[in-house]
Design a protein around this ligand. Structure first.
Ligand code: B16
Ligand code: MG
Length: 218
């Protein structure tokens, strides 16, 4: 089987906006009087905005209407986007520019499959617009990770069958999404949460193009 495309998650793989998500959710939950800490924040990795809010509201005594929840998500996103303004190309994770360049040189297509509706803006701030062949639109897929939708949308956007693709993820829900899409999964992180990955690397700077392509053909 020939490798034709590599599909990247964004947050935790190309850059790390984790802390910004944390700060935005933290200020909102403090205002609502709901306990929130970094451990709970870890459960939000790769999870969509509304699903993240539901996780935070698990600790709320008050029940919120769908309209109120929509409003809370909008407030959080406003604060998150404000924090994103400070992103620069310096925030691209180590090893990613070289890895993307190696993909292009070898004719391997690249795409972004992020749960974030802010993905195009983040890619713009990182000055990576010309480095990816396609950015799948999180707003137009039906189900978020662990469903395969966003990875399938990325493959379709590239015009490549899923079996010719590798997906790279830092979240358990993302690894599940890649497998559900019929792709091979590379995990960035530790085996505690990513034990289902077909290949695991500890951090982005350990992403070696040769190692990844060789693993695919095995
Ligand atoms: P937004 P990824 C995910 O990005 C984040 O990991 C997750 O924490 C966030 O809730 C989700 O995007 C939605 O983001 O609120 O910007 O639409 O890891 O899939 O790139
Ligand atoms: Mg991620």
């Amino acid at each position: 089987m020939e490798l034709k495309a590599i599909i990247f998650d964004l947050d935790g793989v190309v850059c790390s906006t984790d802390e910004y998500h944390y700060l935005a959710w933290k200020s909102l939950s403090d205002e609502l009087g709901i306990y929130f800490d970094r451990e709970i924040n870890n459960r939000l990795r790769g999870v969509s905005r509304m699903d993240s809010l539901d996780i935070i509201l698990e600790r709320s005594e008050k029940l919120y209407t769908p309209e109120e929840k929509q409003e809370l998500a909008t407030v959080k996103n406003g604060r998150y986007v404000e924090l994103l303004q400070s992103l620069t190309p310096e925030n691209v994770l180590e090893g990613i520019p070289e890895f993307l360049a190696a993909c292009r040189e070898s004719g391997i297509k690249t795409a972004i499959a992020s749960a974030s509706k802010n993905a195009p803006f983040i890619i713009h701030k990182l000055n990576l617009e010309n480095k990816f062949d396609y950015i799948a639109d999180a707003a137009s897929v039906e189900k978020s990770k662990p469903a395969p939708d966003i990875f399938l949308a990325a493959a379709e956007g590239l015009g490549i069958e899923p079996e010719h693709c590798i997906g790279i993820e830092d979240a358990k829900a993302g690894i599940e999404a890649i497998h559900a899409a019929g792709m091979k999964a590379v995990g960035i992180g530790s085996a505690d949460t990513l034990n289902e990955a077909d290949l695991l690397v500890s951090e982005t700077k350990a992403l070696e193009f040769k190692k990844i392509t060789e693993f695919f053909v095995k």
